[in-house]
Unconditional design. Structure first.
Lengths: 116, 116
DNA sequence: AAATATGTGTAGTATATAGTACACATGACA
DNA sequence: TGTCATGTGTACTATATACTACACATATTT
């Protein structure tokens, strides 16, 4: 499923319960032209900027990181974190590439309970 | 220290021992015009593409991830890894933002010795 | 039936990215 | 001292990114 298809699907779902989720009204709220949002949803143009994707995520109640990923992007705040300690993060992320989900979850939890 | 300054410094250091590290010769080996490399080193233009940065890293014996970071970029292979599991990685990386270096190293080691 | 809202086609724009091509003054060196 | 290499100034260029503006046919609502 492409970024556009995903957006259209979720916007339409909301629209069926609330007509404030038309292309025009959502476009207005996120600050783009309706024709542009229409083209995005149909994959006629590339996904929009990170800022617009975030606005869209907020509007549709979706996870910004997931939408950004579907758009082929990575949040700039994550990039910032990596860029501050490139060797450590690059090494770690490559190690974690093949780790199963539960391992990532466990590490996140361990770190949150921070006992280093 | 900027990207350009860093490149210039390290290229000059190599040049002092081996005159094959002139702007012109390095430029030729990494596949750009000498004037362009000169401008990069003086910060007259933005850092080059990821591909050229990698070639430069190889040429100068530097860590590509570090050079990319100085250029304000994050390796596309790392972005790929994150984009495949955006929620897990976004959460984890944000958790790790404030973790000390030795914690990141320990996690990387634990994962490498993979016992999950 | 009239007014209004909706989605979309076409055309165009501004800015950023990632460079090339050529010329020229200076410096090294044989 | 003539040749060759070096670094750099100026002037372009091609492609990508991120949109806007307007018009129009088709619903939907009043």
């Amino acid at each position: 499923m492409t970024f556009g298809e995903y957006i259209r699907e979720h916007r339409e779902a909301l629209k069926s319960e609330d007509r404030r989720f038309s292309v025009r009204q959502v476009a207005q709220r996120i600050g783009v032209e309706p024709a542009y949002l229409s083209k995005i949803e149909r994959g006629d143009v590339a996904p929009p900027s990170e800022a617009k994707i975030r606005a869209l995520a907020e509007e549709l109640g979706e996870d910004p990181d997931v939408l950004l990923a579907m758009a082929g992007k990575v949040s700039t705040d994550l990039q910032e974190i990596i860029r501050k300690r490139p060797q450590l993060f690059a090494d770690l992320i490559r190690q974690l590439k093949s780790a199963p989900d539960h391992a990532l979850l466990r590490i996140a939890r361990d770190v949150r309970d921070g006992d280093w």
